[in-house]
Design a protein around this ligand. Sequence first.
Ligand code: NAD
Length: 377
Amino acid sequence: DRVFVPRESDPAEGRVAASPESVKKMKGLGLDVVVEAGAGLRSRILDADYEAAGARIGGASDAAEADVVLKVRRPTAEEISGYRRGALVIATMDPYGNEAAIAGMAEAGLSAFAMELMPRITRAQSMDILSSQANLAGYQAVIDAAYEFDRAMPMMMTAAGTVPAAKVFVMGAGVAGLQAIATARRLGAVVSATDVRPAAKEQVASLGAKFIAVEDEEFKAAETAGGYAKEMSKEYQAKQAELVASHIAKQDIVITTALIPGRPAPRLVTRAMLAAMQAGSIAVDLAVERGGNVEGAVAGEVVEVEGVKVIGHLNVAGRIAASASALYAKNLVTFLETMVDKEKKALALNIEDELVKATMLTHGGAVVHPGFGAVSK
Ligand code: NAD
């Protein structure tokens, strides 16, 4: 069976869905791999690197012969028209709010898999693109903040005087937030963090940051069975805002990462809070694509709000594309491996498998995912 890895058509996407390592792995599984010429260039992977790993370099038209297409972004209608009926397409499908595009993949007879719906269970940890990319985004958020900040991050005691350490406050201590804390600490900042899940408290402390939160009864019950945050009550949000307002006024850099599954991102930093910060302070909003945690943040831009530079970069993991691609490619090939019969060295899709059930959006000409089934024709 044949796997095709296209060059991503979105100019804002520097990542690629395969690495030389993942190609080697696919070859070992008995799969034939074709990579579109130039697919890896923006992730510092040359065509020759893929060839050395056993892939053939092809063109966009090779998609028509593929049994599996591996992508970073959901394919466009034009791309889909070049795929074979019955092909498996594995990508970040961004399915919420894009039901028409999903229906289009069903009509094209594709079996489309949304990697971001991978269950967060032990078996699937190495296939978890949300974690692999959020971790890098948390790191990059600190680098972006440091770049825009007109001061040094670590304390420096020099003959010419002392530079104070920057104060960094991380809001939301999940995968991205914890990496942001660790990165800011490595740069020498004095770091504090908040979250609504009690489990975050110990994790924040273990990274050497100070935990700040309203720890009432609601906080003690804020984590869902799946390990995610609940949407907090109006009363809690008001208490949280009061605590944050006094803390944030003393910070140089705020990095927000707070998300609630299936809901808009909670608004955590208001204009008034930004106004209370010193001029030249920085806010990085990693939730900007989901509505934003910071008032005034603009998706894809760095804007000044009340004297604070508010960073709203999109696709933050993609800003370190080489690292992001390496991990993303590994996530995909590990998932693909579960769909290969090792003895026959051929694809063997098991639609009863829990990972397939959780991620498969379309199959056999229909939308099959329960979360999106309503738009099935
Ligand atoms: P996420 O991206 O959904 O949210 C980011 C963080 O924002 C979370 O920690 C959340 O609690 C926090 N948040 C939400 N509302 C907030 C508010 N009003 N104020 C402050 N913070 C708020 O979360 P995530 O990074 O995907 O991780 C969620 C949990 O899942 C973590 O405990 C993580 O360790 C766990 N996890 C488990 C696995 C696994 O077992 N395979 C994989 C990845 C993550």
